[in-house]
Design a protein around this ligand. Sequence first.
Ligand code: SF4
Length: 322
Amino acid sequence: MTRLKYDPWVLALHLVDASGTRRVAMSTQVLSEILGEVHRVDSMRTVHVRGIDSDPGEIACLVDHGRMIALAGFPKRVLFTTGEGMLRQEVEEVFRAFTSIEFSLPKSLRNELLPFQKSDSTHREEEIERWLNTIEYYARVKHTWQLAAELTVRIPPGNLAIDLSDRLDRLAWRMSFRVQRTGGASAFNLEQQQAEYGMKLCEEPYRVMTFSACGQMTACSGDQRQRVYFGSLEEDTLRGIWESNSMESWRRNRTDGQCQGCPGLGTTLRRPSLIGVYDSVGEQRFHEYPQQQLRKIAEQTEQQSASRNSSSDFFRAPRKAS
Ligand code: SF4
């Protein structure tokens, strides 16, 4: 097994990318090359599968790719989909290939649902119906076959032109999926971050190793513009790319480029006991600390301050006459 700098946990794969002039899907050969290298990394347990400006549901080999990832030994396999093409897949097999399926709104529908947005309401309703039907069908299959994979529907935070939670609550087999409000672009769910690390901070460049559909390592799994590429496994080793000077310098300077305007940044809420460490060593060194060590530091500092507080409470308590 290999250990890489920053102990990345998530392998993010763009199985399909239509953001350029043509639509590129990841080939079986590229996928097997990536899996062959990444499965040797000690800290990697999870694979996120998604598409850029196109949905993984649109590719015919989605289930085969999911099975390859499972056979490579990754215990957690999350499929992010907007639902397009998902009814053409063998639904039961999708549930078996992935351990979690997360539906979100297609970009066009998300825009149409913004409050005060002028849109053709008949067309919008048809699109919503299609989206809801897909979710309902997945919920039904999960329930009928008692499939263990999780089914989650992510909806945008804030007000929308319709009450989407209510529409989801009215679906049959509602008990088979959960609904989560989400706003950040970071791959980590904020509740998980706060529970496990006590901080909400974009960790993508340190924890997520992302490969584009054509097999190039890229900087972030989200669909932010100005995508940067650092090389493929044909050109260099996995460590060579991940720890390269160009990637390190991108990590240091990302706030001036790709990350500008992304909700993954600017929402930093750190566990107070870790602020001192973070501020004194800087972001990059901070992410080099093993997570267990960070948790220990936080717990020790919190215990110390709790005992200081209880003794100051004692002195603040009014003296009783003896
Ligand atoms: S802040 Fe940057 S690295 Fe983080 S999710 Fe946004 S674009 Fe990606």
